[in-house]
Ligand binder design. Structure first.
Ligand SMILES: Cc1cc2nc3c(=O)[nH]c(=O)nc-3n(C[C@H](O)[C@H](O)[C@H](O)COP(=O)(O)O)c2cc1C
Length: 138
């Protein structure tokens, strides 16, 4: 079975409270474990940045479901690659937002707040990887 990693960003249609984010993550973690999907989600400045990894068909189907979700719009795919081993395999959906480490990583990318539309594919992936090691509990 071919495995892929899809990375996209999108805009929240309104400010997300902690409860909003928790409800997204609770459902995502529940569903993803059944789908064999793992990944990482970042949220700041009304932007979502998310990596989805897993079997090709499952990732494609889930992505189409996710972008239909009215809590966000203006989704843009940053990258779509075949992978041998998922980087985010330890997390059904990891999460990071607004921590000191988050700001420090953004600083390295010369961003004061998250602006994924200005990141290259490589920058987005390395940001997600780094944030996976410094997650935010919700
Ligand atoms: C930014 C964002 C990321 C999401 N990520 C996932 C995810 O990784 N997995 C998932 O199952 N649902 C995710 N969702 C929720 C889905 O859009 C959808 O609500 C969920 O799959 C339940 O769909 P259902 O009501 O058709 O069962 C996400 C939603 C948003 C707004």
């Amino acid at each position: 079975m071919r495995q892929v990693r899809l990375i996209y960003y999108s805009r929240a249609t309104r400010d997300m409270s902690l409860a909003d984010l928790k409800s997204i993550l609770d459902v995502a973690r529940d569903n993803n474990s059944g789908l064999g999907i793992c990944g990482m989600l970042c949220y700041e400045n009304r932007y979502f940045l998310q990596a989805l990894e897993g079997e090709r068909e499952a990732v494609n189907e889930l992505y189409l479901d996710i972008i239909d979700d009215p809590r966000h719009d203006e989704a843009v795919i940053l990258s779509y690659d075949e992978i041998d081993t998922p980087i985010f395999r330890d997390w059904t959906m990891g999460y990071a937002a607004g921590s000191a480490h988050f700001s420090a990583m953004l600083n390295e990318l010369k961003q004061a707040e998250l602006e994924p539309d200005k990141l290259s594919q490589a920058q987005a992936l390395s940001f997600l990887k780094s944030m996976a090691k410094h997650q935010t509990q919700v």
